[in-house]
Design a protein around this ligand. Structure first.
Ligand code: ISL
Length: 556
């Protein structure tokens, strides 16, 4: 890419507030807990943090159901705590991005409460999608859409006197009614919310469900299903590279781009290079690149990369197609391997088929191979961090944390679990409170030892204080990679594929003065005899590179 803006090359660390660090002692992470641990992120070597939602919310979807976009939920602290966090981060040289959830509000948002109290056809209802039902008595949903969390995407309202009324649309939980983005009041409101947080000093926004806000007029029936991007071109599911699906009437409508053009103007009216990243599950990559045209968003998560799993040819295809698509619009690529919605990559890559349900709303009962998963995760991370562009890390991946695959059903909180009657295992397994200290109760997450979800047995060994300074630990591997990435300016470099040293399951590329070789196959790969090893994901790198290992070499 061109230009020197920070977001073109930044490594951005996702903080999931409820599970990062708890200062209050209630077992739920909070803003003061984050502020107290920001120096950890400086030591790690990232450039910025993105905070998942901490706004006032009944927590039906862990804060992705916002009741007040301009206030902090008491669970997480106060607005003053948010100000203090931003100020401290800036003092430490870290940028701060916050989450914006514009597709839907909470049903407890004052707008939705007013809509419920108002009559059909009223301006209050016109901010959402209220419709009469089908059938003789309106007893059937207005169309056949399904919620992404399972079940119908419509819920019928009930008048105070008990008579059933209109239905409202929710692509997610019934406590997350979708806003009608054709309504000018909705547009004005969110531009104002952007300004509210920009005025408080945030450096940017992560935009939730960025491909879903605008719906096709008339809300027509759709027989497709919400499929997962899988990074292959084999014609099943959604194929990120050649493109084959996921174009329902609720996704990737032309009208969303108008919203990003308007928001870009708001961001550009502030100094300090403010940026937004869109969460858009859109394919093919050339279509995703339309979200990062020069007058729209700055970045868009590359989920095709995440979903390509542990497959050399698929990764090579996705990487090549990503640069082609983004170079055409002058945007950086935005690599990602884990987040709060997917199976952690230290476990995902230990599954028989890592592309199987990468988007983690459920992974059946298949148990990953933990050792293989961690080995591959370390290799995948080095492969990613050597690539030009920006990268997102999810809290805990720097500790090599696995998915918690043995949570009791009765302590799960993900609405996707409940809406499918337990058919989907849900995303709680990647949201377990972080282990800071191997000897403390609750592994140092909270001063009382409380944790809102239990940590799996064996996590003491993964605690930050056990890994810090220990040669070969995953934490020290991440630190070394981020240090080298910065020193070698890998983020702003260029990718040059090298001839495959040992077939299509080995990825080898040059970026500046560094050569990256990743062995995704199952046989040893010879390395050049005089190669200077800068960094390796595994311990025994010599004349050969073992399967499941990535190495950074000094280019000769
Ligand atoms: O639309 C999809 C597939 O085409 C989904 O993958 C969808 O984009 C994804 O589930 C959206 O996730 C985000 O919004 C949800 C929230 O539960 C997630 O945590 C958040 O990341 C609803 O706000």
């Amino acid at each position: 890419g061109t230009g020197t803006s920070w977001w073109r090359t930044a490594v951005i660390y996702q903080v999931y507030p409820r599970s990062f660090a708890d200062a209050s002692g209630d077992g739920i992470g909070d803003l003061p807990g984050i502020t107290a641990h920001l120096d950890h992120l400086v030591e790690l070597g990232v450039d910025a943090v993105w905070l998942s939602p901490f706004y006032r919310s009944p927590q039906a979807d862990a804060g992705y159901d916002v009741a007040d976009y301009r206030d902090v939920d008491p669970l997480f602290g106060t607005l003053a705590d948010a100000d203090a966090l931003i100020a401290r981060a800036h003092e430490l040289g870290l940028r701060v991005m916050v989450d914006l959830v514009p597709n839907h509000t909470s049903d407890e948002h004052e707008w939705f409460q007013a809509a419920l109290a108002a009559a059909p056809g009223s301006p209050e209802r016109a901010r959402y999608h209220f419709r009469d039902g089908r059938g003789e008595h309106g007893e059937l949903p207005p169309n056949n859409w399904r919620s992404i969390f399972g079940g119908p995407a419509w819920t019928r309202t009930t008048a105070p006197d008990g008579t059933p009324g209109q239905w409202y649309l929710h692509l997610f939980d019934s406590k997350q009614p979708d806003l009608d983005w054709d309504n000018p009041q909705v547009r004005e409101e969110f531009e104002d919310v952007l300004r509210f947080w920009l005025d408080r000093g945030v450096d940017g926004f992560r935009v939730d469900v960025a491909h879903g806000m605008v719906k096709e007029p008339g809300l027509p029936d759709w027989d497709g299903h919400v499929a997962m991007i899988d990074g292959t071109d084999d014609g099943d599911d959604v194929d990120a590279v050649d493109g084959s699906g996921n174009h329902g009437p609720m996704f990737d409508q032309e009208g969303v781009h108008e919203i990003y053009r308007a928001w870009r103007k708001v961001l550009d009216s502030y100094d300090g290079d403010r940026a937004m990243v869109t969460e858009a599950w859109v394919e093919p990559l050339s279509r995703l690149a339309r979200y990062v045209r020069p007058d729209e968003a700055h970045q868009s998560f590359n989920f095709a990369f995440l979903a390509a799993g542990w497959d050399g040819p698929a990764l090579r295809r996705v990487i090549t197609a990503s640069y082609a698509a983004n170079d055409a619009v002058g945007a950086p690529t935005t690599w990602v391997l884990s987040n709060h919605d997917v199976v952690r990559h230290a476990s995902r890559l230990g599954l028989d088929d890592p592309t199987h349900r990468p988007n983690g709303i459920g992974h059946g009962d298949e148990q990953p191979d933990a050792a293989l998963g961690l080995q591959r995760a370390r290799a995948a991370t080095l492969m990613m961090l050597g690539l030009p562009g920006s990268a997102y890390l999810y809290q805990g991946e720097e500790l090599g944390l696995p998915e918690h695959t043995a949570l009791d059903d009765d302590i799960r909180e993900d609405p996707a679990f409940f809406r499918t009657g337990g058919g989907e295992r849900g995303r709680d397994g990647c949201r377990v409170p972080l282990p800071w200290s191997g000897d403390a109760p609750g592994l140092g997450f909270s001063p009382t030892g409380a944790t809102w979800l239990p940590q799996p047995a064996g996590w003491a060994e993964l605690a930050l204080d056990r890994q810090r300074g220990r040669e070969g630990s995953t934490y020290e591997l991440y630190r070394a990679a981020l240090r080298l990435r910065r020193a070698e300016r890998l983020g702003s470099g260029g990718l040059q594929w090298l001839a495959e040293p040992a077939g299509e399951h080995v990825l080898a590329y040059r970026n500046g003065d560094v050569v990256v070789v990743a062995n995704l196959g199952d046989v040893d790969v010879p390395l050049p005899a005089d190669a200077e090893v800068l960094l390796a994901s595994g311990s025994d790198v010599g004349a050969v590179l073992a399967p499941g290992t990535t190495v950074w070499l000094r280019a000769s």
